[in-house]
Write a new protein. Structure first.
Lengths: 567, 427
């Protein structure tokens, strides 16, 4: 955290405060945005003719933890061509789709991103996730524990003990330093313990008297009871299957009545993978128009797209049955990693090819979602890194969003039959920079409840990105390549007031914080639930209760967020 | 007297974390819940202890102080053209990170002891993937447990009770509801517990696995026996595997280090993978030392590769067969070997140890080992998991906390503290 900084004369895009490309100065002192700085020790950055935005906030990117590390170990061929040489003060490492920890931090900072969320961590292996997050420099980060198929959660929900379930979730977030509730293929992961899956929201989960719908509704209520800043973060059932858009809409709809008109109650992630129309792979088509229509009409839903990039990828999800199906489909190598009493996981390498009909449909579906959903505050830019492509390709996605010409250039090369069967070609919408700032930082920070991020108002964290292009001199649509280049290598990235990156080169490595929430619940309820969990812990787990907890001292830079729960 | 509960056992890859250690005036007087191996380690930390840093002067090891030993080490690393950092099976993840930082800084090579144990498992995994699970999945669900080329009764004594056939879980309770198969070249004590023991000839694992895979895939074998095992017996085993609701295969060095090495593992992975088309089946390597899994994990997240990582080009490079510690020593390229959490002079092949005569050795170890006797600099450190805390990974990748229950002998630091002093001066 350094002293004073003044960023002068930039075109500022700060949607939270309604600033749309106005020429302004931004002042920083002690790691925060301030009204003004004075004195001889102010470092001035001349941002004349450049774009100034809050630091990027990535709401869904698999960057740390046991399955990410399995992906790294599985794919030496992924790393061979892409490496970073050690430089003074910086560590060496490798890319490409599953970069090593240091490289992950450097590459995000290079693009002007300063906060990234690891969206799926098995609680039993949370210590591993934290160890890796500690080793990711510069950026702030947080992790979402996988609670959907956790036995304790399912048992409380089975007995309709919502208050106890809420107290358990609160305790878990606090004890394991998690940030929000993640649900992956509800019921499907427990079924995968027997090599099976669920087919829809009302299937019975083997071994439990419960359905996926009840898990979703239960945890959605729990989330509201605890006032957790982020809604339930859901990877819906039947991911990657033709015709699954209906399941996605049913999933959105199953918590509609829980919306009270204030903030969204469900976050559906990488919806591209869940928006397919058609009975089979041959008839596959984009269900994005149907999904977008639902989202446009229902303010209780927020989504991110999970945009496909035509490149190699490493698919990794907690959705064990899906990963196995993908392995059967492709015959690529396959890692499976079930976690007792909690979840499963799988890793399969993948390559998205322009000429493939199915891959082209996937690419189209993601873009259609982004272009057809009208409110940029409710659809965010992700590639579900590294599932649909590496995060380093975000600038390419921005190019497609801001420029019809960029889309046309790619459309020329993709499978023609896929284009004919979808409507992408008929969409003229082009995002402006204000909207790009929303889908990459302001909106994501907002839905995460990070009040001090995603904007440049006084008091906000001094996390900023400065990109070297002049939005008044160029036509975004025509000069999308210029924008893309600028976004790949930020002119400056500022993290908590430190200049960490200049012209795409990391100049300083800092320790980012690990964010986690600490929801309060009534002491009596917490005591009762914790003693219940402790009593039954050995029946479930092969580790001791005390060894399951994460001590705050393990976090190199801990930043808890206290919230007042309502139970 | 003080009793420490939920202590992790720093012995084998089972990482049992339910030990109770009784301590009286900084002396361990009793250990509950541990097996003989774990208990033995806790109760014998005072024996054969290295108590003073040693430096070789004119061919003789003489005692020195920590400051001088650290200084000498730093000088040796700075003067080395290609240092190799090796070991880590018995080091905490925190210590492993610091050694990787040194290797990165000095343009050396980092490798861990998987190169002489489950290295072939890693190579097999990189070719095929691996269908795996945490040990609790097996406890709760497995109705068939196969041990192949391993002998947990003697090497991982509490494995069968905590995670294996004798454990009791939610859906499958106790030994009676599980079937147990042992495949080995001799009748081990583990084999005597089994429902089915299949004795195979040494180095025939690949053939047997391939035959089993053919049978699982409904192919006919047009022979009477496979390497001495009657096909009827293999058919019986294949049926057991297919008919299991949840099967688990544990495998050890009998599979990784016998003839075929990674090809054996690939055959085993192919078998388990194919079984998943018919039922649920997982496999877990029986890792030996308590944190060799952690070494693989830390190596992987920091460098992208689980072992055999060369930094001589300024970035992590991986090519087992060229960039393993054994390869580099065999070719005479390394001029400094920095060892922590291992005893290579006892475990590496004899011809490699002979090569070490021309290599400078720095060793961090709590006790006097053959490697310490050969060292140019030996620095005593605390026993991690007994006298120092840290992180370790169980054989199935579950991370756990190593606890400190007693203070180390006076003047002796943890390996992390010693390494920090070295790294600080290298920067």
């Amino acid at each position: 955290m350094s002293g004073k900084l003044l960023i002068k004369n930039g075109f500022v895009f700060d949607p939270v405060n309604g600033v749309d490309g106005e020429i302004m100065d931004v002042a920083v002192e002690n790691g925060r945005i301030v009204e003004d700085v004075r004195g001889t020790d102010v470092r001035v950055i001349d941002a004349t003719g450049m774009v100034v935005m809050p630091g990027g906030v990535d709401v869904h990117s698999h960057i740390a933890g046991s399955k990410v590390n399995s992906g790294r170990a599985l794919r030496p061929e992924d790393h061979y061509r892409d490496y970073e040489i050690r430089r003074p003060g910086l560590r060496s490492g490798v890319g490409y789709t599953v970069p090593s920890t240091f490289v992950t931090g450097y590459r995000y900072a290079r693009m002007g991103y300063t906060t990234v969320i690891e969206p799926a961590t098995p609680m039993l292996k949370q210590r591993h996730t934290i160890e890796e997050l500690n080793d990711i420099p510069i950026i702030d980060k947080a992790s979402f524990p996988l609670m959907g198929d956790c036995w304790f959660v399912m048992e409380y929900l089975e007995k309709n003990m919502l208050k106890e379930c809420a107290a358990y979730a609160a305790w878990l977030l606090k004890a394991l330093k998690g940030y929000a509730l993640k649900i992956v293929n509800p019921g499907g992961l427990e079924s995968w313990g027997w090599g099976r899956n669920v087919r829809g929201l009302d299937d019975n989960i083997p071994g439990f008297n419960l359905t996926p719908r009840e898990i979703l509704r239960g945890l959605c209520k729990v989330n509201q009871m605890l006032n957790i800043p982020h809604p339930i973060h859901v990877h819906a059932n039947r991911l990657g299957q033709p015709g699954n858009y209906q399941t996605l809409i049913e999933t959105m709809d199953c918590v509609r009545d829980l919306y009270n008109g204030t903030k969204p109650v469900i976050y559906l992630t990488h919806c591209q993978f869940n928006s397919y129309l058609g009975e089979s792979w041959i008839e596959l088509s984009s269900g994005a128009p149907e999904v977008a229509d639902y989202v446009n009409k229902h303010p209780h839903v927020v989504i991110d797209i999970g945009q496909v990039i035509f490149s190699s990828a490493t698919t990794m999800t907690a959705d064990g049955p899906f990963q196995f199906q993908l392995h059967l489909l492709t015959d690529y190598k396959w890692v499976n990693a079930d976690v007792e009493c909690e979840t499963s996981a799988g890793v399969v390498p993948f390559k998205y090819k322009k000429r493939s009909y199915v891959h082209a449909i996937q690419w189209i579906t993601g873009l259609e979602l982004a272009l057809l959903i009208k409110d940029p505050w409710r659809v965010f830019l992700t590639t579900d890194h590294p599932n649909a492509g590496p995060f380093t390709e975000y600038p390419r996605v921005v190019g497609w969003l801001i420029s019809r010409k960029a889309r046309e250039a790619t459309m020329k090369k993709v499978n023609a039959r896929a284009l004919k069967r979808t409507m992408l070609d008929s969409i003229d919408r082009e995002y402006n920079l204000y909207e790009i700032a929303i889908v990459t930082r302001a909106g994501t920070a907002g839905i995460l409840g990070l009040k001090s991020k995603g904007h440049l108002g006084v008091g906000a964290d001094a996390d900023m990105a400065i990109y070297d292009f002049n939005p008044r001199n160029i036509d975004l649509s025509r000069d999308y390549k210029l924008v893309r280049r600028a976004l790949r290598r930020a002119a400056y990235t500022i993290k908590t007031g430190d200049i960490v990156c200049v012209n795409g080169e990391i100049v300083k490595s800092t320790e980012g914080a690990i964010l986690w929430v600490n929801p309060s619940v009534s002491q009596d309820l917490e005591n009762a639930v914790v003693s219940d969990i402790r009593r039954r812990f050995r029946d479930n787990y092969t580790v001791e209760f005390e060894n399951y907890l994460i001590d705050e001292s393990l976090l190199i830079n801990s930043r808890p967020l206290k919230i007042k729960g309502g139970v | 007297m003080e009793v420490f509960k939920n202590v992790l056992c720093p012995f084998c890859g089972c990482c049992c974390d339910d030990l109770e250690v009784e301590v009286d005036s900084n002396k361990i007087i009793n250990v509950k819940n541990a097996c003989a191996l774990g208990r033995g380690k806790f109760l014998s930390i005072g024996e054969h202890r290295l108590l003073k840093p040693l430096v070789k002067v004119d061919g003789e090891l003489v005692e020195t102080d920590l400051e001088k030993a650290v200084e000498k080490t730093v000088e040796m690393i700075k003067n080395s053209s290609y240092p190799v950092f090796y070991g880590f099976g018995c080091a905490s993840c925190e210590a492993i990170k610091l050694c990787l930082e040194m290797a990165d800084l000095s343009g050396g090579l980092a490798d861990n002891i998987s190169v002489v144990c489950h290295g072939p498992t890693i190579l097999g995994l990189q070719d095929m993937g691996i269908p795996s699970a945490t040990l609790g999945q097996i406890r709760h669900r497995a109705d068939l447990i196969v041990y192949w080329g391993c002998n947990p009764v003697e090497a991982h004594p509490r494995h069968t009770i905590r995670y294996g056939p004798l454990s009791s879980g939610r859906f499958v309770t106790g030994r009676k509801s599980r079937r147990m198969v042992v495949i080995d070249v001799r009748k081990t004590p583990t084999a005597t517990m089994a429902d089915v023991f299949m004795q195979v000839k040494p180095n025939s694992d690949f053939e047997i696995l391939t035959a089993l895979r053919a049978l699982v895939n409904d192919l006919d074998l047009e022979v009477e026996e496979v390497d001495g095992v009657p096909v009827a017996k293999l058919e019986e085993l294949a049926d057991m595997m297919i008919n299991a609701k949840f099967g688990a295969l544990f495998f050890g060095l009998g599979l990784t280090m016998s003839y075929g090495k990674e090809h054996n593992i690939e055959a085993a992975i192919a078998l388990v993978r194919d079984l998943n088309k018919k039922t649920k089946f997982v496999m877990i390597p029986m890792r030996g030392h308590f944190n060799v899994t952690g070494a693989n994990e830390v190596f992987t997240w920091q460098t992208g590769y689980p072992f055999c990582v060369d930094f001589s080009m300024g970035y992590p490079r991986y090519n087992p067969g060229e960039t393993s510690a054994v390869d580099v020593i065999a070719r005479g390229e390394c001029d400094l070997l920095f060892i922590i959490g291992a005893d290579p002079c006892s475990h590496l092949p004899h011809y490699i140890v002979e090569r070490l005569k021309n290599v400078k050795l720095v060793v961090l170890d709590p006790s006097i080992t053959p490697t310490v006797k050969m060292a140019d600099v030996a620095i005593p450190v605390a026993y991690v998991g007994i006298e120092a805390s840290g992180t370790a990974y169980r054989m199935d990748g579950v991370p756990l906390q190593l606890r400190k229950v007693v203070d180390p002998p006076p003047g002796i630091l943890s390996d992390v503290d010693v390494l920090n002093r070295i790294v600080r001066r290298l920067k």
